[in-house]
Design a protein around this ligand. Structure first.
Ligand SMILES: Nc1ncnc2c1ncn2[C@@H]1O[C@H](COP(=O)(O)OP(=O)(O)OP(=O)(O)O)[C@@H](O)[C@H]1O
Length: 257
C-alpha cells in the first residue's frame, strides 16, 4: 500500500530529522512507529501524509490513488494527539466537516456522520458540544471525523498520549475493533512499548540523531486481542523484546551523538 525508499528529511535549520528510511506497509496492516523523542516519528508521518516533502528518496503509493505530492484525498486521514474539534460546532457537525469540505450534500453528510459517531460508541451524543465531552469522548469524535470519509489508511500521531490509563486502554480495544471491522491500514506513532505491543502486528523501532529505522519487529499474537492479552505470557515476551530493541536504539543514538 505504501513504500518509502531512502527517505531523508533535512529541515532548513540543518537538522537531519530522517536519514535513508526504507519502509513498506501492506494493506490492512497495523504498524506502530516507536521511538524516543526526536527520532523523527512525526516527521515521517507528516511526509507520508503529504504535509511536507522528503529532501531525498521516494514515497510511493502503488495500490492507492493518493498522491503524496498532491492534496490529501479521502484515502488518507490523520488523527493528532489533540482532538482539534471546533468548539462552536456539535459532535455531529464536527464529524461531518470533512464531508462538507468535499461538497457532500447535507442529508448524506449528516447520516454518514451519525453512523461514524455510532461506530466509535457515541450514538446519542450527536448534539453535544466539545466542552460537554470528556477527553476520551473528544478523541472518539476526532477518530469518527477521520473515519467518516472511509479512508484506506489512518495515520495516528500519539492519539491517546494525553488520556488516563483506563480511557487509553479502552480506546486501544475499540480502535482494534474498528480496524478489524472496517479494514483500513493504520500507522500509529507512540512512545509506549505496551501500547504498541497491544495494538500492532508490526513495530518499527526508530533511533534518533539522525532519525532512522533501528528494528522491525513482528508481533504475531492473534486478534482479537482482548483485555486478557495484556496479562498473557506472550504479551510480556513481546514487551521484553521490544523494550530491548528500544534500549538498543537509544544506545546507538547516544553513541552517534
Ligand atoms: N519544522 C522543523 N524545523 C526544524 N526542525 C524540526 C522541525 N520539525 C521537527 N524538527 C526536528 O526534527 C527532529 C525529529 O522531530 P519529530 O517531531 O519528527 O520527532 P518525534 O520522534 O516525533 O518526537 P516526539 O516523540 O517528541 O514527538 C527533531 O530533532 C526536531 O527538533
Amino acid at each position: 500500500m505504501l513504500r518509502c525508499s531512502g527517505v531523508s528529511k533535512r529541515f532548513a535549520n540543518g537538522t537531519l530529522a530522517l536519514k535513508d528510511v526504507d519502509l513498506q506497509v501492506g494493506q490492512h496492516e497495523f504498524l506502530s512507529l516507536l521511538g524516543p523523542s526526536g527520532c523523527g516519528k512525526s516527521t515521517l508521518l507528516r511526509l507520508i501524509s503529504g504535509l511536507g516533502q522528503p529532501s531525498a528518496g521516494e514515497i510511493d503509493w502503488p495500490t492507492s490513488n493518493y498522491d503524496a505530492r498532491g492534496l490529501a484525498r479521502p484515502d488518507l486521514s490523520f488523527v493528532f494527539q489533540e482532538p482539534t474539534l471546533l468548539p462552536w460546532k456539535n459532535a455531529l457537525a464536527n464529524v461531518a466537516l470533512p464531508l462538507k469540505l468535499s461538497g457532500v450534500d447535507k442529508d448524506e453528510r449528516m447520516s454518514r456522520a451519525a453512523k461514524a459517531l455510532a461506530s466509535v460508541g457515541l450514538a446519542g451524543f450527536e448534539r453535544s458540544y466539545p466542552r460537554e465531552l470528556s477527553g476520551g469522548m473528544k478523541m472518539r469524535v476526532s477518530i469518527a471525523r477521520a473515519l467518516v470519509t472511509k479512508p484506506r489508511i489512518l495515520l495516528m500521531d500519539e492519539p491517546f498520549a494525553a488520556l488516563d490509563e483506563i480511557t487509553r486502554g479502552r480506546l486501544n480495544q475499540d480502535l482494534l475493533a474498528l480496524w478489524a471491522r472496517e479494514r483500513f491500514t493504520v500507522i500509529f506513532v507512540t512512545h509506549s512499548v505496551y501500547e504498541s505491543v497491544f495494538l500492532s502486528q508490526r513495530i518499527v523501532v526508530m533511533a534518533a540523531r539522525p532519525g532512522r529505522v533501528s528494528a522491525d519487529i513482528t508481533v504475531d499474537s492473534p486478534y482479537p486481542r482482548e483485555a486478557g492479552y495484556r496479562t498473557s505470557p506472550a504479551y510480556a515476551a513481546h514487551c521484553n523484546a521490544v523494550s530491548a530493541a528500544l534500549e538498543q536504539a537509544m544506545n546507538d543514538a547516544r553513541r552517534a551523538a
